[in-house]
Design a protein around this ligand. Sequence first.
Ligand SMILES: Cc1cc2nc3c(=O)[nH]c(=O)nc-3n(C[C@H](O)[C@H](O)[C@H](O)COP(=O)(O)OP(=O)(O)OC[C@H]3O[C@@H](n4cnc5c(N)ncnc54)[C@H](O)[C@@H]3O)c2cc1C
Length: 582
Amino acid sequence: TLYQSISELPTNINFDFIIAGGGTAGAVVANRLSEVSRYQVLLLEAGPSDAGVINSEIPFLQTTLIGGPYDWNYTTTPQEGLNGRSIPYTRGKILGGSSSINFMFYTRGASADYDRWASVTGDSGWSWQNMKKYFLKNERLVPPADGHDTRGQYDPAVHSTTGMTMVSLPNYPQTTLDNRTIQASKQLGGDFKFNLDDNDGSELGLSWNQVTVGNGKRSSSSTSYLSEQYMSRMNLHVVLNTHVTRILPSSSPDRFNPRDPTFKTIEVVTTLRPGSPLLLRASKEIILSAGSIGSTQILLNSGVGDSKELSAVGITPLVDIPSVGKNLSDHPLLQAVWEVNSTETFDSFLQSPELQAAAFVEWQTRKTGPLTSNGANQLAWLRIPDNSSLWKSYPDPSSGRSAPQLELVFSNSGGLSGLPGAHITIGVALPSVLSRGSITLRSNNPLDAPLINPNLIGHPYDAQAMLAGLRSAQRFLSAPAFADYVLSHVYPFTQETIDSDETVLETMGNFIQTSWHPVGTLAMSRKGADHGVVDPDLRVKGLKGVRVVDASIMPYIPAAHTQAPVYAIAERASDLIKAYWS
Ligand SMILES: Cc1cc2nc3c(=O)[nH]c(=O)nc-3n(C[C@H](O)[C@H](O)[C@H](O)COP(=O)(O)OP(=O)(O)OC[C@H]3O[C@@H](n4cnc5c(N)ncnc54)[C@H](O)[C@@H]3O)c2cc1C
């Protein structure tokens, strides 16, 4: 049942599980736990429904969701590595969470990313070998909207066609770019070699991009795990417009010796009108799935965190876990634009209201055409060469020798630059970083946005790696396949300045943005470790009754756009919770 307001929720139900946050992970957990008909499951979401939000349905309109009503509209603290800029930090505030507003890349990461999680947690359940089945449980591979022959563009052996969230190969061709990129990969070989499928655990090389799009529309955790057939379950209750502020201990624990207090009460306020908080009780567990920022804030509001920092903002500390909110990791992104010799790039579409209107009619009638595209048909995952002088000064942040340190994403337009003319954009991102940031409270008002410091390019390695990524992008464009095509670099540097390491290092901070992949703030660690927040079964250490299931539990950021990892975490977490209570 779907309720628009907490006041509509029947008061006579005894909820076994209450899940805070109806986002990517929360929707999975709500679906899987409500498969057990004797469990009453309550999912609480601060945002509204995604039903009928056409900008969320149409893949191409992804960027229009940034900064709008379905965004929490956070801003970071001033970022030293970004020349002191504070930047917008988008998170989905809508059913489906960030999966309803993200850019739909479907990337699982390197096998070594999961093996590293297994090794730091001491739980082989997090290894690639074991996590594979959870990726398959989540994925339903479907044909692309343009019906093109996808043979040779992916490896069917590592995909599932029977899971929940729809995944497809590119849905609309980037005519002038797709073939050139494949040709360049053949001509250059080496680190740019063609990789049939970057989702088989070995990412290195150039691959076709897989996206969470099905039948020409976005497939989100809401459209898949909370679709009508599941919402009709009598034991699944989803309440929208409900902000979770805190979790509360059952009986007041002794401050100096809390002895694992039990938290089974959750405090909420409706976002629809001013009013006093309401309390709800879970008889089995509270599950925090409010995302890296939301779940962290709920714990801090509740007095679970660094006791000194909490006292400083006027919150009574209940359980001292200094790691709460630390270890924030994200992928910095620099979009570099080159002018090209063409009249057929996506720029002409971006600059023509007539073409867009026609595309809208095509999408409405057939769910095909340019609007089914997320704008990126290929990507490359690379390593910085072993003989680079960087390794004399810095450790390798990647999870292993088969995991990438650089990512390049290819788009057939000037994208964000907004420049007139025809372009190619290469998004340069860092899949592994040495910077770590934090989330802390601004005040003791639970509705105040927290202080978010992703510390982008906060470590000198990250700056040098970004420079190396830009040089890789230039090297790729030097292939014969681009010889009569790529004219000059036009953004954010100029053809004259791009080759100066000094200029690039000094000015790139003015342009680098986030890839919107914050993770790690409630990281898993071994049982008994003196750091970390949740145990390998995702229970908050030192508390009874509370688990965290979302991007915040990742101890290290994977070399992946983070939704597929979150889906797999949520599928495994659901199994762990079911096994515990069965
Ligand atoms: C603009 C953008 C583009 C992205 N592009 C990609 C991409 O192309 N591919 C990819 O793999 N990943 C992408 N990501 C990242 C990916 O979407 C996220 O890592 C993933 O969805 C996070 O899942 P989650 O469950 O941890 O959090 P979310 O999906 O964000 O879910 C958290 C939910 O909790 C709710 N919530 C928060 N606080 C509270 C509260 N106090 N009370 C009640 N509810 C609350 C939120 O409204 C939200 O619905 C992108 C993200 C963004 C923002």
